[in-house]
Design a binder for this molecule. Structure first.
Ligand code: NDP
Ligand code: GDR
Length: 393
């Protein structure tokens, strides 16, 4: 059995959780860095958690932060990892416009802190480093599809910070011979995607709407196009990148791009709802125009149908925003937008033998089903009077 040791920063995030599970299955001892928070933030990895009193553990967590060099250096010294996956980041593009300095520090300089710790600790020959680079580096469209050779033109404080992370990784590879590689990953999603990224916001809101827990889903730019894959496929690529004899940089993508608008219609169709968009710009709305009862009964449940039909009936007599399930709210527009991402992962397919198992339909199916189940649980708890977040009641 392989007994390699990996250190994952950002282990409590979407990718960290899938990667930890994947590496543990491969026989790794996985160490993870988590931030101290005032409430539990380990929900995504609780299924992997082992009691610290157990003698043999394959998941060990350390408190830390990418903005704290001494902490990172101490952990790397203690763990002596064979592989470091630097996944920690303030990863929300829109939020990065509100916290630009912090993002520069955590996402940009944080990468340097990891690389420099490896170098100073004399681990340059032992420890391989994976840097979580991103299709946000491409930003303003220079060419499509985007490859490893496409020029970068980031369009957000997040993209600019990640540009530093990308180049400092390349520089440490060239200057000091580190086995340090960038995965330029295009958007990847899953049932455990953060709730404020657009895919999860959509699947979660549709589930809540059909269960009568929400009226309207407000979105920003419906015309942006993204190349969406499944996070489960993408963490395999991270692993494969570090198994290569030579460090290098790879695009990881599906090669298919879709607008936000089309994603909404696909997610709704998954449970038998037809949504039609009309209007332009901030006036654009999405209305429920028909229900395929067979699909709806199978995927959601017949008991929720009468209320929804009622809604379809009353919505048809209303115009504009009133009857809309989907509406545009300009507060979700970004000061500078990335309009079109579509990646060419030929190099990864050829050199890593990487092949995604999920297409967009399978991804949407996975996320929609998961959110329907999750929201049903939520509504049972709420209806039964068991759910209150107000501790003072
Ligand atoms: P998430 O936002 O789900 O997870 C980010 C992780 O980083 C969380 O564990 C978070 O901790 C942690 N973190 C944030 N700030 C710090 C900090 N200052 N110090 C230590 N840890 C910190 O992101 P994903 O899992 O989706 O993405 C993983 C990485 O890949 C990120 O670097 C992201 O920028 C990059 N990426 C993601 C893509 C995607 O489509 N998902 C595409 C391309 C790149 P906490 O749980 O406490 O918030
Ligand atoms: P992105 O993902 O910015 O590509 O970054 P996000 O899902 O946030 O946005 C994708 C596109 O959807 C548009 N959009 C909205 N986005 C959000 N979040 N909320 C909305 O209501 C909304 N309406 C429209 C956005 O304008 C954008 O065009 C993700 C992150 O995981 C990064 O960390 C990662 O590097 C990139 O993917 C690749």
């Amino acid at each position: 059995m392989n007994m390699k040791t990996a250190l994952i920063t950002g282990i409590t995030g979407q990718d960290g959780a899938y990667l930890a599970e994947f590496l543990i299955k491969k026989g790794y001892i996985v160490h993870g860095i988590k931030r101290r928070a005032s409430s539990f933030n380990t929900e995504r990895i609780d299924h992997l958690y082992q009691d610290p009193h157990e003698k043999k553990r394959n998941l060990i967590l350390h408190y830390g932060d990418l903005t704290d060099s001494m902490n990172l250096t101490r952990i790397i010294q203690e763990v002596q990892p064979d592989e470091i996956y630097n996944l920690a980041a303030m990863s929300h593009v829109a939020v990065s416009f509100e916290t630009p300095e912090y993002v520069g520090n955590a996402d940009g300089l944080g990468t340097l802190r990891i690389l420099e710790a490896v170098r100073l600790l004399g681990l340059s020959k032992k420890t391989r480093v994976y840097q979580a680079s991103t299709s946000e580096l491409y930003g303003l469209v220079q060419e499509v599809p985007q490859t490893e050779k496409t020029p970068f033109y980031p369009r957000s404080p997040y993209g600019v910070a990640k540009l530093y992370g990308y180049w400092i990784t390349v520089n440490y590879r060239e200057a000091y011979g580190l086995h340090a590689s960038n995965g330029i990953l295009f958007n990847h999603e899953s049932p455990i995607r953060g709730e404020t990224f657009v895919t999860r916001k959509i699947t979660r809101a549709i589930a809540r709407i059909v269960l009568g827990m929400q009226e309207t889903l407000f979105l920003g730019n419906l015309s942006a196009q993204r190349d969406w894959g499944h996070a489960k496929d993408y963490v395999k690529a991270m692993y494969l990148i570090l198994q290569q004899d030579q460090p290098d940089d790879y695009v990881i993508a599906t090669g298919v791009t879709t607008t936000i608008r089309d994603l909404v219609t696909k997610a709704a169709a998954e449970i038998g709802l037809q949504i039609t968009f009309s209007g332009k710009g901030v006036q654009e709305t999405g209305h429920l125009t028909s229900i395929d009862e067979k699909i709806f009964n199978e995927k959601v449940g017949g008991q929720y149908l009468p209320a929804l039909k009622n809604r379809l009936h009353s919505a048809s007599s209303l115009g504009g925003h009133e009857g809309a399930l989907i509406a545009v709210d300009p507060q979700y527009f970004r000061p500078t937008e990335v309009d079109l991402l579509i990646g060419d992962a030929s190099k990864a397919r050829k050199q890593l033998g990487w092949e995604p198992q999920y297409n967009l339909a399978a991804l949407v199916n996975d996320m929609m089903q998961s959110d329907i189940n999750l929201m049903k649980k939520d509504s049972y708890l709420r209806d039964g009077g068991y759910r209150t977040l107000n501790y003072f009641e």
